[in-house]
Design a protein around this ligand. Sequence first.
Ligand SMILES: *Cc1c(COP(=O)(O)O)cnc(C)c1O
Length: 356
Amino acid sequence: MKHNFGAGPCILPQEVFKEASQAIIDFNNSGLSILEISHRSKAFEAVIEEAELLVRELLSVPENYSVLFLQGGASQQFAMVPMNLLPHAGKAAYLDTGTWATKAIKEAQKLGTIQVVASSKEGNYTFIPKKYEVPSDAAYFHYTSNNTIYGTELFEAPSSVPPLVCDMSSDVLSRKINVADYGLIYAGAQKNMGPAGVTLVIVKNDILGKTGKDLPAIFDYRKHAEAGSLYNTPPVYAIYVSLLNLRWLRSKGGIEEIERENIIKARTLYEEIDRNPLFRGTANAEDRSRMNVTFVMDNSDLEKDFLVFAEERGLVGLKGHRSVGGFRASIYNALPITSINILVDTMQEFAEKHAK
Ligand SMILES: *Cc1c(COP(=O)(O)O)cnc(C)c1O
């Protein structure tokens, strides 16, 4: 057994893997594999309906929002958001907090005027800009709640007159949010919700259909909402595995319980980073992410040795993204606290070994 600190696709609960593998052989004692059943069958209808219901229940999604299961990842949402919400010659506001935010901005720039209200690029995205103004005539204000690569997170929804649009790919379902604060939330599933291949979209119905554009149906949220995410063949298996993970989350106590655990997990690891003389956190302390913990060594020659040392103890996926270097421990919902404790022990052992 490995302790998987990979950033995504990433760990899911072991029980989910077991049940998911069983369904490939025989789905619910039907004599059929989940991979061969029709997406219009009663059996799959039950799956997608329960998945939607669980998202609604876990996040307390208000009635006037649609919950969609789409394809194309968060990257497709970078384009779909402006396609659906930005009128011709319209303007949208974006907050630039890292690589994914930048990609979202680049895509939106192809479809309208984009005002970047603030950016932490100058500081290599080690912090979240706090002082900025969102122009009230923007069609929407887009931000990234958790910066997977840089290890920063925005816990409070920013105040904004235009509808808020949020890329929550790497922290959705990890903490309580107030959906009513948002016009649209999207998240590629492969960090906290399920396997790669499905993308969650939660959209307030009345912000749609205001641009006067006639979009290709496959990129039109309204088409997907009208069809209950069955406009075309959805990613059946990815939705099924997400359902298993959503059931797991509910059975362990829902968002409140997972948030409590995530706070303890992150605190445990940051305390060691701050205490251990070999390591140093890279993100501004008040903006530290609870999902992706980025840290380096002052003596970078030792970084390779530590990765090997950790790997020998079954700790994998710790290598930092090339734009930050060092290490990144992704500690999503499914990563148990025992894995954090073993990482902390390993950091201590390594420091003792290298103490002068
Ligand atoms: C991983 C990630 C993405 C990219 O997701 P894809 O599903 O690969 O398109 C976008 N935004 C954030 C915050 C991410 O963590």
